[in-house]
Each structure stands twice: as structure tokens, then as C-alpha cells.
Ligand binder design. Sequence first.
Ligand code: F3S
Length: 293
Amino acid sequence: MQIIRAKHAGFCFGVKRAVDKTLQLAKEGKKLCTLGDLIHNTIFVEYLKEKGIRSVESLLEVQEGECVVIRSHGVAPECYEQLEAQGISYVDCTCPFVARIHERVSREKSCHDAIIIIGKAEHPEVVGIKGWAGEHAYVVASPEDIRHLPPVNTALVVCQTTIRQELADALFSEIQQRIPGAELFNSICETTRQRQEETRLLAQKSDAMVVIGDKKSSNTRKLYEIALKFCNNTQYIESVDELLLEKFLNCDIISIVAGASAPDWIIREVETQMSEFEHAQVAEEEVKAAEEQ
Ligand code: F3S
């Protein structure tokens, strides 16, 4: 049995940057709260709570003396205005790749009839981008959404950083049929692309796949969908407690992939348990072989 861990597994650059900064400030004694969960991982959010870093849903919940952490997903400009107006201190951990989308839509919103965002309307990153894109911004996640777009002549199309490339390609083609002059800023993050491609390659050669990440994490769910497409024996787990070792019986190659918000310690726990299972299997086979002699 061979266990392969994906080269790109766990915290991406933007998440790691936000987590490191937050933990560093907490260590320095800063009283912090995060605006929304810092990352889409319940286990990690609990860990932050234990360190005294709570998560708030709105600025109304911020207490005297607390510094607000803006997570890697970014926020709409109104949020900065509110922070300034209420005199709340904050640390901005917006991922630079997301900030790049904010700048582009903000700069070009007056040059186009519409800014179209390919992504999930309720995803915090998309909510933030929509805020920067102004009043003629539309979010599309399906051909149906595209059919409901108002008639426009020009549009700038951007993507949520974590959506599947195939989905973005398919939806952009549809948009082009309605708006021939539509311009694409392919803002899918390179990290996302790499992980999706690596997951596809691993799933194609593996007998079993383990996808680690929170069930609420959209980038992890996409990895799961890709893995499942090429490997029926795929498990989507949040922690080692959910791992079903019996699914690895008679498997030669098992691969582990993890979403951008999966902490390294959870990946290592899964890996360790799988290695122990592998050793137990080898030992069992050796005993059987010895008995047969
Ligand atoms: Fe940033 Fe890409 Fe991660 S946009 S938050 S590095 S998935």
C-alpha cells in the first residue's frame, strides 16, 4: 500500500498569512475578534476561541478595545467606512489575490455596463467583490442566472477565486453568447487551480482518496467533487475521527488531499492513522505468509 499526500495540501498562502498574523497579534496581547470565522474550519475556529479570539457576525458585536481582523475573503468598502466611522481599530488580512479583484472591479466599473461575478452569491468573498463592483454588479452561478442578466453591451467578468475552472469556462462561454464583447479577468487563484489539477491526477491513479476539510469549505467541496468523479472510493472528512479505514482494504494507492482551510495538524493526524493501518496490514500479511510456510 502506498500513501501519497498531495504536494499542495492545507492552508493556502492567503489563509496562512491571515492565521499567522492573527496568532502573532494575539501573542503580543492584542484583544482580537474576527469578522466572520477566520477560516471555514470549525475545529480551527474552536482553537482560536480557546486562545480568546472570538468570531463576530457584525460590527455591532465588537466590544470596547477589541481590534477587528478582516479575514482573507475581504470585505466590501462599506465595512471599512463603518469601521472608520465607529473608530474601531482593525487589521486587514484580505488576501492580496482578492484585493487585486477589488482594485480591478472598482477601477473598471465605470467603463462597463456591468460587472459579472462568476461565483456563489452568498460566499463572503463574492459579497465583498460585489460591494467594490458597484450598483451594476451581478453574480452568476448557472446558465439560468445568465439568462436573467439585463441586456447590456459591455461587461467585465471576474471569478470567485475558488471556483472550478471548468465551471468558469462553461459560464463564460454562455456569457459571451449574450454579451459578445464581454471581457474576462480570470481571477481563479493559481493555488486553487493547482490543487484541483493535482486532485484530478491523484484521483485518476488512486484506489482510494481522502479529502480533508470542513464541510462548509467551498474549495474543499470542489476538491471532493473532482476526486469523486475519478475515484468512487473517496471519503470527505473533517478530522481523523471520521476516517473509515476499512475502505482501504485491498487498496494499493491511497491519496490524501486537503482544502485551503485545513490545518496541518489535522492532515498529519490522518496521515499517521493511515500509516499505522498500513503497517498493521503489512504485519498481518507477514504472519499469514509465515503460517502458510
Ligand atoms: Fe488567497 Fe488563493 Fe487562498 S485567493 S485566500 S491564496 S485560495
